[in-house]
Each structure stands twice: as structure tokens, then as C-alpha cells.
Design a protein around this ligand. Sequence first.
Ligand code: NAD
Ligand code: TYD
Length: 354
Amino acid sequence: MKTIIITGGAGFIGSHVVRLFVNKYPDYRIVNLDALTYAGNLANLSDIENAPNYMFVRGDITDAAFLTDLFAQYQPDGVIHLAAESHVDRSITDPMSFVMTNVVGTVNLLNAAKACWQANAGGFEGKRFYHVSTDEVYGSLHNDNEFFTEETAYDPQSPYSASKAASDHFVRAYGNTYKLPVVLSNCSNNYGPNHFPEKLIPLMIHNIQTNKPLPVYGKGENVRDWLYVVDHARAIDVIFHNGRLGETYNIGGFNEWKNIDLVHLLCRIMDQKLGRPEGTSAQLITYVTDRAGHDLRYAIDAHKIMNELGWQPSLQFEEGLAKTVDWFLANQEWLNNVTSGAYQGYYEGMYANR
Ligand code: NAD
Ligand code: TYD
């Protein structure tokens, strides 16, 4: 039986990766390592929390001694590293927590994996450290015909992307210097179930539903390239198993949207789903002060993963967005628990019942 440590498994993307691996690989033991910060919510995994091949460990990747013990105890064959501070706006007000988790935490994890694997007879043979990153490390595009490829030079512009860029560099440096078996991916913006309602799409869905203003930064002309979160999880599965060591794979669905167009589309979908006359929700759109240093456009060239590993997104955007809206409307309790803060008691509740 293989043991895989997935960090950040209680978060948005991590929860989809954990679910996919637990269900698809019954012969793997999946250890979900998560500190349960504000972004971690174990309710995201309530459907698989009792699976025999799944376990949850609460722990902080900034704690090097804790990681050493954890790796000694579980002797993982692989690591899929998603734990991070992930919200750009928070990185503007509190950059240091991004340095701690995204940079120091990643280096701690690299050290723990390296020391654990080096102490075994087989060394690095058959082992794999997979670092999950973002397209935001490449900076901001300004010409319509430009895309981020795996060769695009790093040019991070926000404290979040700077911290992710630093972590990517450390992962590659460990691959180069110590021959640690690493693989990386850089993905575009995700959306879907379990998305924390501080990010654009779930925030807008929540505000439309509750008739609150829809805050569009600046003129709403910034462009993001959106991918359904389950398609990202499928890409992570393919890269973890078949990606070439030392390589980087860009992940995206060739799906660019101006923020304002996306918000209008969401308003139309929500009007339909809520039985409101067309145009009702769009009246809530409110232009607000722009984000400091707001990146203009992200767009991924995903040909490498498509051609080399045969991955393709499975959902068209309109379909994925409608599915996402349906999920939020059907999971009102999840949203209420997140907005009220009650979700933070799920961990204690879960263990109190055992
Ligand atoms: P998220 O904020 O929803 O979840 C992050 C998880 O990490 C949470 O469960 C949190 O509790 C955990 N965590 C935070 N600090 C920790 C620490 N010090 N120790 C242990 N656990 C800790 O993030 P997400 O949107 O799911 O992103 C996951 C990863 O994917 C991140 O590395 C992010 O940079 C990357 N990524 C995200 C997107 C996106 O659109 N959200 C796109 C590309 C790449
Ligand atoms: P976000 O979901 O924070 O992702 P990222 O900044 O990592 O791309 O934001 C997506 C886009 O939406 C980004 O251009 C900022 C913009 N935005 C708004 O206009 N209003 C909002 O309330 C939020 C949260 C984001």
C-alpha cells in the first residue's frame, strides 16, 4: 500500500484532490495534512471522512519538528503539496503569513521529505514530491495574443504570487541540488463547489442570493482564465502519476473572461435559477476601488499537459458555472456555516463523536 501525504486537503482544491484519490485509489493510504486555518473546512470532505484509506492529521507546515515526526511515522511514498495562503487581497494586508506558510512551510516540507527518504535504503527511488502552484507567478499579460507557457519567465506582482514563486524556485532548487524527485504544476483560476466565498465567483453567488452589492474592482476589465476545480484535480492525478520528474506543467482550459462579463453571466444564471426577472441581479453590480497592483490578464497555454499526458478539461464554462451555482444553492448550510464561522467547529464535532 502506498502512502500519500496531501497538504491543504481541507481547502478548496485540496478537498477535491483528496476525494478523487480516496475514491479512485482504494489501495493508497491518503493522509490529509491541514492546519485548518480560516480556509480549511473538513465539512468539504464529510462524504469520505470514514473511508478506510483516508485519515486526517491537523498540523502546521511552518512547524519543522512536527513534520519530521509526521514523515517518520507515516513514511510517505509521495507528497502532493497544496497547503498555502491563497487569497491575493489577504496577501496585500498581511504578506508575512504568506511568507511563513508558502515559503517557509514549503521548505520545511521539502526538508522533511528529503530527510525521510534519504534515511531509507531505497533513497529517492519511487518517491515523488509534487508541488501545486499558480499561473500568477508569471505576472500579468498585456497583449491579447500572449499566453503563459512553461518557459515564460517568472514576474510575480503580488505578495501572494511572490511567495508562490519563491516556493516554486525552492522546489526546483531541491530537484537540482539534492536530486529530490520533484514535479510542479501552475494552474489558472479555479471555480466550483467548496470555493471559499472571499473569491470572486462564490462571493458574487452569495451576494446575488442575499441581495448585497456585487463589488467589481476597478472597471472590471481584468481577465482571468477559469477552470472547473474537478478538472484541476484530474490534472493533478495525471501529473502525479505520469508527469516527468523535474518538469513543470501548466494547467488551464483556454477559457478567458473579463471580470465584468463573468459577473453579468452569473447574474443571468442566478436570475433564472432564482426565478427573478432578467436584469434584476445585475442591478447589484457596484464598481469599487481597484485592488492595489491588480494583474490585468492571466491566460494559460495548456498544450504541454494536453499533448504529453492526454489531459483535457471535461466541462464547458457555462455548464461548470451552472453546476457551481446549483451546488451553492443546494448547500445553503455549508455557506451559512462558512459565513457564520460555525464551520470551524466541525473538527471538534467530528472527533467528539468518535
Ligand atoms: P485554500 O485557501 O482554499 O486552501 C488552503 C488550505 O491550506 C486550507 O485548508 C488551509 O487550512 C491549509 N493551510 C494553510 N496554511 C497552512 C499551514 N501553515 N499548514 C497546513 N495547512 C495550511 O486554497 P486553494 O484555493 O484550495 O489552493 C490550493 C493550492 O492551489 C494553493 O497552493 C494555491 O496556491 C494553488 N492554486 C490555487 C488556485 C485557485 O484558483 N484557487 C489556482 C492555482 C493554484
Ligand atoms: P480572485 O477570485 O480573488 O482571484 P485572483 O485574484 O487570484 O485572480 O479574483 C478574481 C478576479 O476578480 C480578480 O481580477 C479580482 C476580481 N475581484 C473583484 O472584482 N471583486 C471581488 O470582490 C473579488 C474578490 C475579486
